[in-house]
Ligand binder design. Structure first.
Ligand code: IVH
Length: 667
């Protein structure tokens, strides 16, 4: 290849990998298998190694995934949390064994452990008590999720027996299949988006702001690594066995192996038996047992030389593509779904497979009647991962993505940078109408107790509700005519709707479902523009004068209020007494004493809960930010303040004040 071509290929690979990272980590909707992703990554690494002139410190090859969120305190790991190099064949595993033997000059024992597919966690213990729980983050720093981790029953808060004074223990937090299935059933009822797999459900749960909610999700944890000074055993396996006596639940079914043959028979055994496990696994981790040999072997830049991950192959079958259906989601996004000749896969009969979006159809170059390969990874819906083009009937045409909405016929639109095509007919297309109503009643919006997506479907089918204002005209007699609706449930809905008239203006605004007006934007608008009337009259200049409101949002708001049906809707909602005035207009005690000042809070406080303190800052016109920057005005330090925040404030010379000093500011 010419250098120019190499460069182009590298840039293309980086862009592709970033997109897949985004799909995986942010959207939780991967469009390729792990196997294919690793293939792209190893192509990139190979090219970058061969042509160092094109290296870039921001290349996706330079970083492992990142799960840092803003709400948690970030802390540095005492020992970095590395990842493992992956292998997909028995030969690669034998190569690993040979390499270990060559480098160490001995034939050490190995430990095979199931690779649990959850989210990794590092716990530190001091004098037998749990001190801190930190996620992997970027491997160097992670989120302090101690409060959430404490809710996991199988994690010991106090240890028994003969434990070291200080040490770290690492393991995997998982959501067992049974809990995952029940959670998704619940989410269907609430009209919330489903978790794609137990891994996403576990990591999503661990990052929830409410630890009570975490507790209700019934996570579990299994441990596989202990780090510290002067540990009592040289054997990794033996040390772990000992830690079971201190109170830890170990990664189950670990086994010691003497050589490649024993390792291979472990892999073969668990490739089958893993289907019976109560949690998801995606491979086996093979480690050198002796810590002394581990140290001798050391590390490459990203992973240890003494361990390797063997990934199970996702089960794959081939079948015929009969055609493609298009489903319109509640947001208007159109998802193509493949209809397949029924085929047995992973214990179930598969008839449909997800195709995600039009790019995926094009990328696969799908034609009707193609012989396609279908895979079932950790995801609920199987996916098409390839086409056998050699078997293609030349008379069959390529699948063309539809141009009009299959529900209402409107021409579909696609905005720049978006993967999905959308139906734009928000007030006339049935799934979108139902979606709007579901959004309106959802917990973060009007929080209408007793109403869920099934009832919304029924109400819509019966013609009782066509928009959100119709909800407030419902009465008990109408409700009890619905299928499976008892008197009590009907009462609850009527009561729930009545209570929703106390929901503050900012949430009413969010509930309307104006494009780009999410929770935060709604809050900002409510604070600055203060009432529905003023918002309706606000012109473009007024709207963009509000902090963080840009052209796109301003245009969307003006556009929304320019439609007659929306004005009628607003007038009806006003009649039903929904709150159309901002809280700060009404709230007692509100001042502008902190106007223009931004605060970061850290630790726990005597006079306030953390949320209470944040609310108080806002009540006085101040702004809460989650991480310290040069623009922050004050860090309010509570008890047990995070050391990294304090350090950053000192470096940036941000004043650190106590809770008492804060109270003086607002007095
Ligand atoms: S050892 C340097 N052991 O797989 C040692 N990891 O890419 C790295 N995992 O982030 C970890 N089961 O989340 C290890 N028995 C096991 C594991 C395991 C699952 C996960 C872990 C890690 C990733 C490795």
């Amino acid at each position: 290849m010419f250098p120019e071509e190499v460069k182009k290929r590298i840039l293309k690979l980086r862009q592709e990998i970033e997109q897949h990272n985004f799909n995986y980590y942010k959207l939780s909707q991967p469009t390729i298998s792990d196997f294919e992703f690793d293939g792209l990554m190893s192509d990139l690494i190979a090219l970058e190694n061969k042509f160092p002139e094109f290296s870039d410190e921001n290349s996706p090859s330079q970083r492992v995934g990142n799960d840092i969120s803003r709400e948690f305190e970030q802390v540095s790991h005492l020992y970095p949390m590395l990842s493992l190099s992956n292998s997909y064949s028995e030969t690669e595993v034998s190569d690993f064994v040979q390499r270990v033997e060559k480098l160490s000059g001995e034939k050490p024992d190995y430990v095979c452990e199931l690779k649990l597919d959850g989210t990794s966690i590092s716990l530190s213990y001091r004098d037998g008590e749990l001190q801190r729980a930190v996620t992997r983050g970027d491997g160097e720093k992670g989120d302090d999720v101690t409060a959430n981790v404490r809710t996991i029953r199988s994690i010991p808060l106090k240890l028994n027996g003969d434990y070291p004074a200080t040490f770290e223990i690492r393991g995997e937090i998982v959501m067992p299949f049974a809990v995952f299935d029940a959670l998704n059933i619940e989410r269907v009822k609430l009209g919330e988006q489903l978790f794609a797999n137990p891994r996403n459900a576990a990591s999503g749960t661990l990052k929830l702001q409410s630890s009570a909610m975490v507790a209700s999700r019934k996570l579990d944890a299994y441990f596989y690594s202990i780090l510290g000074e002067n540990l009592q055993e040289d054997g990794h396996y033996e040390l772990l066995q000992k830690s079971a006596g201190w109170g830890f639940q170990l990664s189950p079914h670990a086994a010691k192996c003497k050589n490649s043959e024993e390792i291979h028979s472990y892999l073969a055994e668990w490739d089958k038996k893993r289907e019976q496990l109560p949690f998801a696994t995606d491979g086996v981790v093979i480690k050198v047992n002796s810590k002394r040999v581990q140290e001798e072997l050391g590390y490459t830049a990203k992973s240890p030389r003494w361990a390797i991950a063997y990934k199970f192959k996702a089960e794959r079958v081939s079948t015929r593509l009969l055609g493609v259906d298009y489903q319109v989601g509640r947001t208007g996004a159109v998802t193509p779904v493949a209809n397949l000749e029924p085929v047995q896969l992973g214990g179930t009969v598969v008839k449909r497979a997800s195709l995600h979006n039009s790019d995926v159809i094009e990328g696969l170059d799908l034609h009707t009647n193609d012989l396609v390969f279908v895979e079932k990874g950790g995801e609920i819906i199987p996916k098409i991962v390839g086409v056998d083009k050699s078997n293609r009937d030349p008379l069959q045409a390529a699948i063309q993505f539809i141009t009009n909405c299959p529900e209402c016929g409107s021409p579909l639109v696609r905005e720049e940078g978006e993967a999905a095509w959308y139906c734009p007919n928000e007030d006339g297309c049935p799934p979108l109408i139902k979606g709007k109503i579901e959004h309106f009643i959802s917990r973060k919006a009007m929080d209408v107790d007793g109403l869920g997506s099934e009832t919304v479907d029924l109400l819509f089918q019966q013609g009782l509700v066509c928009n959100v204002a119709d909800l407030y005209e419902l009465n008990k007699d109408q409700l009890v005519t619905l299928d499976r609706m008892g008197e009590k449930s009907a009462d609850r809905i009527v009561e729930g709707l009545k209570n929703s008239t106390n929901i503050p203006f900012e949430r009413v605004l969010f509930a309307l479902g104006i494009r780009y007006v999410g929770e935060t934007v709604a809050k900002k608008l409510a604070r600055e523009i203060k009432s529905m009337d003023q918002l309706q009259q606000a012109d473009f200049a007024k709207l963009i004068s509000v902090e963080e409101i840009g052209v796109k949002i301003a245009e969307s708001i003006i556009n929304w209020f320019s439609r007659k049906e929306h004005l009628e809707l607003v007038e009806r909602l006003r009649k039903f007494n929904l709150r159309f005035e901002a809280e700060s207009n009404l709230k007692e005690g509100s001042t502008e004493k902190l106007k223009g000042l931004s605060f970061v809070i850290s630790g726990t406080f005597k006079n306030y809960s953390r949320d209470g303190l944040k609310a108080d800052i806002e009540l006085h016109g101040g702004k809460n930010v989650s991480s310290i920057s040069a623009k922050t005005n004050y860090l309010i330090a509570g008890e047990n303040i995070g050391p990294s925040k304090l350090e950053k404030a000192t470096t940036l010379k941000i004043p650190v004040i106590t809770e008492e000093q804060y109270i003086q500011l607002t007095d």
